[in-house]
Structure formats: C-alpha cells, structure tokens
Design a protein around this ligand. Structure first.
Ligand code: FES
Length: 321
C-alpha cells in the first residue's frame, strides 16, 4: 500500500435508484478518514484491477466515512459493472486519499450547482458544505425520470431543500431547466458548477459561454472521455528539458506510456484526460489537446498539457521534465 492509498471497508451498500448503488466507505480501525474539501474524488482500485474515480457525495464535516455512488453504465468498460457486481458490504477496498480538481470558488456571491444524473454526487457534497457555511447557492438536478434519480428523499429532507429544483425529462414542460434564463439572470459574481453526462455538460457550458460567462466562473468535472479516433495519429518526439534527453513517441503509444518505457514515470490516474493528475508543463512546441480537464483558454495557452491522452501538432514537444 503506497502512502497515497489506504484500505477501507464497505460499511454499507444501498440501492439508490435504477442502476445506481451507493457505497459508504469507512476506515478499518474506526478512526476518521483523511479530510477532504467539497468536490473531491477518490480513486477506487477495483477487485478486477481497474482504477476508477468517484466523487465523494457525503459532507466534508462527516469525516468517519466517504460515500460514493456508482451508475451502472450501459457500455461499462468494467468499472461500474465491477463495482455493482463484485463489491459487497464488508469487503475491503483500496482507495486513494481524496484529491480535488473541482473545488468551490472562494469569494463567490452565489454558487449555482447544475447536476445531470449521476453528476449529482460532487454537487451534493458541495450543497451540504455551502449550507453549513451559510453561503448562497441553488442546486438544479436534471434526470431522465424519478426512477433514475438518486437521493430524492435526501434532497427533500435536507435543511436546504428549498434551494433544490428538480427537472425530469419525462415530466411537464414547466419544470424543465431553462438554461438561458438561468444564465442570463445570474449576477456577475455568481459561479457555475456542472457535472453530468457529456451532452449535458456541453449544453450547459456552451450556453454559459454564449451568455458571455468568463471561464473563471465556470467549474466542471467530466466523468468519462468520449472515444477518440486515433487511426490518424502520427509519431513525434519529446525532449526532456532538464536532461536534454529525446524520447520518440510512436503513433500507437501515449506520451506517458512511451516515457514510462524510457524510464520516466509521470503519475497517472484516469488516463483519459479527465483528472489532471498527469498535467505537465510545455516549454516549446504545440500540443494537440485531447483532454477534458483544461478549459479552452488554458488549452490555447499551450503551456501545459495532459500527456496521458494529448499528442503534439509539432514534430517535437519540449517538456519541463
Ligand atoms: Fe488523468 Fe492524465 S491521468 S488526466
């Protein structure tokens, strides 16, 4: 077990909605788990050997447990199916300490939390934290139907229930989320947080940008990257600035894989350009960004890239390694 991982016990497993199961994870000795901030996630090492990231939905002020929820994906690559099929109450799991790439902004006058489906999880954690801190917020939860929406009872019974609005695809038009209205009416010091399926996130972020929301007020976290066509990928080379070493990156290897082959290890987690773990400074050359972690503005600066998935537009990339 490395210093950044620990073994926890599945204290409770609960069916929350169609295809959604939650897991409460507790320490083996009953002590509090490492602290975390709202929006944090943990890596879960599945019995199958896969590693998957799940947001913590329980409140940061409940240090005795991490609660996560897992939607069984129709096209699971083994992660969500492994959690549903192989993880039972009483099992031990190896997890990372919490990491946070989806933190709340400090100093915002108001926080608008927009959840699509299982994307509710980090936002549920944020809502509890914001309520405890007396901050202004509203939570919009969009789901295909009530049967597919988790935690409805918890939302209805929360002290902050009046700040929650539910939006179901199969219910009346007047309860639908009207993004343009919501985004137009927000004050300039409101921050937006969105998590959910890719189509939902793109719709929200596109609408926010169309309504002139600046990037620093948009906060988002993707779950899974869409498949990328790699059939036209070419080879290039990476120069490690600190040693001046040149490493060829073949067309069929990622930068992190090719560097690992050459004895240079960059820490990775999701390997899909989502989590930000592998972020690396670019000194020269132009990356071909394929991640969902950097904002379009950050990508345009070309001074950092995610080498687990991104490639290069130039024949050489010089990295701060
Ligand atoms: Fe997650 Fe690269 S490992 S972004």
């Amino acid at each position: 077990m490395s210093e950044s991982t620990m073994t926890v016990r599945v204290a409770r497993r609960t069916a929350e909605a169609d295809d959604i199961v939650s897991f409460e994870l507790a320490s083996l000795d009953g002590r509090d788990l490492p602290a975390f901030d709202a929006g944090a996630h943990i890596d879960v090492h599945l019995p199958t050997g896969l590693v998957r990231q799940y947001s913590i939905l329980s409140a940061p002020y409940e240090p005795s447990r991490y609660q996560i929820a897992v939607l069984r994906e129709a096209e699971s690559r083994g992660g969500s199916a492994g959690m549903h099929d192989a993880v039972r109450e009483g099992d031990e799991l190896r997890v990372s300490v919490p990491r946070n790439h989806f933190a709340l902004a400090s100093g915002a006058a108001k926080h608008v939390l927009l959840a699509g489906g299982i994307g509710l999880t980090p936002l549920l954690c944020m809502a509890q934290h914001l309520d405890r801190d007396g901050e202004a917020f509203e939570l919009h939860y969009c789901a295909r139907s009530r049967a597919r929406a988790a935690f409805l009872e918890r939302l209805a019974n929360a002290p902050w229930a009046p700040r929650v609005q539910l939006h179901f695809d199969d219910e009346a038009e007047q309860q639908r989320l009207h993004l343009d209205t919501l985004l137009k009416d927000a004050t300039p010091d409101t921050h937006l947080y969105v998590c959910g399926p890719q189509g939902f996130m793109n719709a929200v972020l596109d609408a926010a940008r169309a309504n002139a929301w600046p990037e620093h007020r948009l906060h988002y976290e993707f779950f899974a990257a869409p498949a990328v066509d790699t059939s036209c990928d070419g080879a290039f080379e990476v120069c490690l600035a600190r040693s001046n070493k040149l490493v060829p990156i073949p067309a069929d290897r990622t930068v992190t894989q090719a560097l690992a082959d050459a004895g240079v290890d960059i820490p990775v987690s999701c390997e899909q350009g989502i989590c930000g773990t592998c972020i690396t400074r670019v000194i020269d050359g132009e990356p071909e960004h394929r991640d969902l972690f950097l904002s379009p503005e950050e990508q345009a600066r070309n001074d950092r890239f995610l080498p687990c998935c991104s490639r290069s537009k130039t024949s050489r990339l010089v990295l701060d390694l």
